[in-house]
Design a protein around this ligand. Structure first.
Ligand code: ARG
Length: 605
């Protein structure tokens, strides 16, 4: 009976294993092996085991598998049930109940004992026992990629936040992640900027020259606007700007020095935003368009030698083998423009080649607006046809939708400009201050400032991450800083509540008694907590951080249900220790999960 199982004392646990297999995987393995012993021809078949509302897990593999052995799904499932679980089955320790339901589903429940053991094992293991499923995979992630002398806008915010979370999750699962910030730091606009500075030596655009409070981000942007206005108004200035581009490309010292100054000043501004947002990118991750300049000639030459590039109206292009325009003709990638210049297409061909041949990537992700889907399709297709890209390498455009305002229109200020990021973050922090202040009137100003910043920034990031990335998404500050609903603030707050329970428990040791029975709310929470690694594995496979958000939100709600139904500090043993263990594991899971989204989990708020 269950009484034989001793309590597990974590402090003295002799076997702390690094990787704790999830119960979902263990149940799937048990069902798969039962299938193999009943029908040897189906050995290693996938039983499709998922979390379920009807039991702990559900297997719906019978529907497809029964066909291979000419059985009806319901019969197949009934026979399979006989090989599993209590009453003659082989998995009495793992499964306490197996039921056939509907047209051939199996509802599977695990024993209280394995669940408690699982909680104890995760608490004792490093990294909560999550497997390193991406170990050894070199993964290049291209994200953020703002343009020099322009503001980061909400589209770059999406790329930055989504890309950073993917970088964190994949690295946590063991991938060798290389971050690449593909800055827009090259091309014709720089001729205009440098020429303007040359003709207006008094122009103030360095942060240091500006009044206090002016942002380092918007200063170069003002230079951009002034230069652009001159360029549009004065054709002679435009001509001098074009000459300046040639000087830049041919390495003229003074021109290159001015270019470097503009790039450095912009990068300082981007760095400030990254620091405020807690983004991993550093200047060492910058490999902007200019970085590929010396590789462009070879790209064109080699594509010509491969017979892929051809002349068309004075330009050099590669026509797509699969994509046609409205006129039915193949769509070209432009390698060299009629004026001899290189552009965005050529640079991205050099980029993918560099990442494959020099960085030796096994996976390359481009976290870029969905409106660039055709561009990436053609770049990947060309790299494949040129034999730079082999089938063994996974290359993906991790696309995301447009940011809309609360009324569903593309996000703009009243003047029609795209809204700068600093203003958005300030608005969210301001709202968070009001909401947090109302909840905690006793906080002093310094602490309120600190918490409002953490909550406001976390709220914006969570809102970006929690909607399916391919969808357009509405930026609604009031909704995102709410203490209730699927928000970053809710999750941060849930974490602080558990921390305060744990502070109340003081030094009470955590010792899990696996022989204890389980309340349904304890069971639901324990099952949720056991699925952390499964959720991360899904994010790695789908590149969809919103799955981690949904997981954390569901887990926080399971905790709330548990805490309402099950007293913790006042419970007698063994419930006391077991419930404290659930609290600890929940706090650790929320903290690590938020961390993988790039969101801070403060101790109090
Ligand atoms: N700078 C570009 C933009 O603002 C994004 C670059 C994305 N990365 C790339 N390899 N094309 O639209």
């Amino acid at each position: 009976g269950l009484g034989e199982w001793p309590a597990i004392d974590l402090r003295r646990s002799p076997t702390v294993s690094e990787h704790v297999e999830s119960l979902r995987d263990r149940v799937a393995a048990a069902v798969s092996s039962a299938i193999g012993s009943a029908w040897p021809e189906l050995t290693d078949a996938d039983p499709v085991v998922r979390r379920s509302e009807h039991a702990d897990f559900q297997s719906n593999g019978a529907l497809a598998l029964s066909r291979h052995v000419a059985a009806r799904p319901a019969e197949f499932a009934a026979e399979l049930a006989g090989h599993l679980g209590p009453g003659g089955g082989t998995e009495t320790e793992l499964l306490r109940d197996v039921q056939v339901s509907g047209p051939g589903f199996l509802n599977l429940s695990v024993t209280d004992h394995v669940l408690w053991e699982q909680v104890a094992a995760r608490l004792a293991a490093p990294r909560l026992g999550v497997p390193r499923g991406e170990a050894g995979r070199r993964t290049v992630i291209d994200y953020s990629a703002p343009n020099i002398a322009k503001d980061l806008h909400v589209g770059h915010l999406r790329s930055t936040v989504i890309g950073d979370s993917l970088a964190r999750v994949l690295a946590h699962l063991g991938a060798d992640v290389i971050r690449q910030n593909h800055l827009g730091d090259w091309g014709t606009p720089f001729g205009m900027l440098i020429q303007y500075l040359d003709e207006h030596p008094d122009a103030t655009w360095h942060r240091a020259e500006l009044a206090d409070g002016a942002s380092a981000v918007s200063a170069p942007n003002q230079l951009y606007r002034d230069a652009r206005a001159a360029f549009d108004a004065d054709p002679e200035f435009a001509d001098r700007s074009r000459t300046r581009v040639v000087a830049l490309q041919s390495g003229d010292d003074a021109t290159v020095a001015a270019w470097r100054d503009i790039v450095a000043e912009s990068e300082r501004g981007f760095g400030e935003i990254y620091a405020r947002l807690g983004i991993l990118l550093t200047p060492a991750d910058s490999a902007g368009e200019s970085f590929y300049n010396s590789r462009l000639d070879a790209v064109v030459r080699d594509l010509r030698d491969a017979g892929l590039a051809e002349d068309s109206d004075g330009a050099v292009v590669v026509f797509s083998a699969s994509a046609t325009g409205p006129d039915g003709r193949p769509i070209p990638l432009i390698l060299r423009k009629r004026d001899g210049g290189y552009g965005y297409d050529t640079t991205d061909l050099a980029t993918i080649r560099y990442r494959l041949e020099e960085l030796r990537a096994g996976r390359i992700l481009y976290v870029v607006d969905a409106r660039q889907a055709l561009h990436f399709r053609l770049v990947f297709e060309t790299a494949r046809r040129a034999s730079w890209l082999a089938d063994t390498v996974d290359v993906e455009h991790v696309a995301f939708g447009t940011v809309l305002d609360a009324d569903g229109r593309p996000f703009r200020t009243r003047a029609g400009d795209t809204v700068g990021l600093t203003a958005l973050l300030d608005a969210a922090v301001e709202r968070a201050r009001t909401v947090v202040g109302e909840k905690n009137p006793e906080l002093d100003t310094a602490e309120l400032d600190r918490i409002a910043e953490t909550a406001g920034v976390g709220a914006v990031k969570y809102a970006e991450l929690s909607t399916s990335r391919v969808k357009d998404y509405a930026f609604d500050v009031d909704r995102m800083v709410s203490f209730s609903g699927d928000t970053g603030v809710y999750l941060q707050y849930a974490h602080t509540r558990i921390r305060s329970i744990l502070r109340g428990a003081g030094d009470d040791g955590v010792s899990v008694d696996a022989a204890a029975g389980m309340h349904p709310a304890e069971r639901a929470l324990a099952i949720a907590l056991d699925g952390f690694g499964d959720a991360l594995t899904e994010v790695a496979a789908t590149l969809e951080p919103h799955r981690l958000c949904t997981y954390l939100y569901d887990t926080a709600r399971a905790f709330t249900d548990f805490y309402e139904a099950c007293p913790v500090l006042t419970a007698p043993p063994p419930a006391h220790g077991n419930r404290l263990a659930l609290c600890r594991l929940t706090a650790a899971t929320l903290q690590q999960g938020l961390g993988l989204l790039g969101i801070e989990a403060p101790e109090r708020m």
